[in-house]
Design a protein around this ligand. Sequence first.
Ligand SMILES: NC(=O)c1ccc[n+]([C@@H]2O[C@H](COP(=O)([O-])OP(=O)(O)OC[C@H]3O[C@@H](n4cnc5c(N)ncnc54)[C@H](OP(=O)(O)O)[C@@H]3O)[C@@H](O)[C@H]2O)c1
Length: 243
Amino acid sequence: MAAKVAIITGASRGLGEVVARFLAGQGYALVLTARHAEPLQKVALALSSFNVPVQTVVGDVTDAAHRTAAIDAANALGGLSVLVNNASDLGVSPLLPLADFPLDALERVFKINVVAPIALTQAALPALKANGGLVINLSSDAAKGGYPTWGGYGLTKAALDLASLTLANELSDAGVSVVSVDPGDMRTVMHQDAFPGDDISDRPLPDVTVPFWAWLFGQDRAAVSGGRYAAQAQNWEAVNEAV
Ligand SMILES: NC(=O)c1ccc[n+]([C@@H]2O[C@H](COP(=O)([O-])OP(=O)(O)OC[C@H]3O[C@@H](n4cnc5c(N)ncnc54)[C@H](OP(=O)(O)O)[C@@H]3O)[C@@H](O)[C@H]2O)c1
């Protein structure tokens, strides 16, 4: 039987916390990661009522040793069948035009948003192949918008979208599925950091995506692989657009 174990990066708040709660409710054992221990521990504690094992692994997704620790924790729980690459960074706050974007910040945001999800997927592959695994990469409408000042972050999400589709094509014979998910605007720390000082109370909380996760986890993984889904679209079959 395939292991029912998931790694969720950036699970200490926002969307990652919501996905963690959803998967705990589906009976998944969880490995939760983030850089700051205390909020991550709080999330793990709040999930105790689900009676599933929850391990926290504190660290930065750009650190290879941290990534290995997360995968080791999943294997200790029995394997790995779901990898959610959710941790992400804007690069700079407030956002800046690409023409003025500091190049060290651009390199760093590529490491967090593109290189780390690919590296985690590479390192997790033996376990994912053994368990008919699913990789979920969190994208954004900024990947396609060309919105002024969203270029640094948007570039990384466009690259991640192409990584998702390429990996989906490369790994289908090995029984590993890969999807890209644009969660839509949500009232989170990252969203506030993108609009410092603005009132973002009109944006929905990340729980708005729960119906989408329920749909996704009800699908045949091979059938959804290679898709790019907008979690707030409500009609996911129709909007499954290959990148
Ligand atoms: N919010 C939106 O409107 C929106 C829209 C489109 C797409 N998205 C995407 O949705 C995903 C979740 O976003 P969110 O709004 O929920 O973000 P968030 O509330 O800011 O949460 C980000 C999470 O990632 C962790 N994290 C950040 N950098 C990290 C790093 N280098 N290594 C390890 N963990 C790191 C944070 O914890 P620590 O700080 O403790 O590390 C936190 O747990 C992201 O991929 C984002 O790009 C969000």
